[in-house]
Ligand binder design. Structure first.
Ligand SMILES: [Zn+2]
Length: 99
């Protein structure tokens, strides 16, 4: 069986068989870098950016935590009456069920 060869555009630059490349279903093409290079590039990126990634995750969480609780707070303030009515409805419905 003759396997088609593809040249890797990554670090190795070696011609490899197609099964060494991952197929991208979004572009319907094989990745231009072989699996090994993709793995290496990712590792290098993680090693070089460990602190940056950690900080980004931390600040992302922090930012969104604030955002989420603010949204909830805002929602409660804006929908105070609605929430009260809903709660009352819920209570009445369940009361009926229990009777
Ligand atoms: Zn490669």
């Amino acid at each position: 069986m003759i396997q088609e060869l593809k040249k890797c555009t990554g670090i190795c630059g070696v011609e490899k068989t197609l099964d060494c490349f991952s197929f991208r279903s979004d572009t319907n093409k094989y990745n231009s870098k072989c699996k090994e290079c993709v793995k290496q590039i990712r590792n290098i990126y993680i090693v070089n950016n460990k602190e940056k990634i950690k900080l980004r995750l931390k600040s992302y969480y922090k930012n969104n935590k604030g955002k989420i609780s603010n949204i909830n707070k805002q929602y409660r303030i804006e929908h105070q009456e609605e929430i009260k009515i809903k709660r009352k409805d819920y209570y009445l419905q369940n009361k009926k069920k229990m009777e």
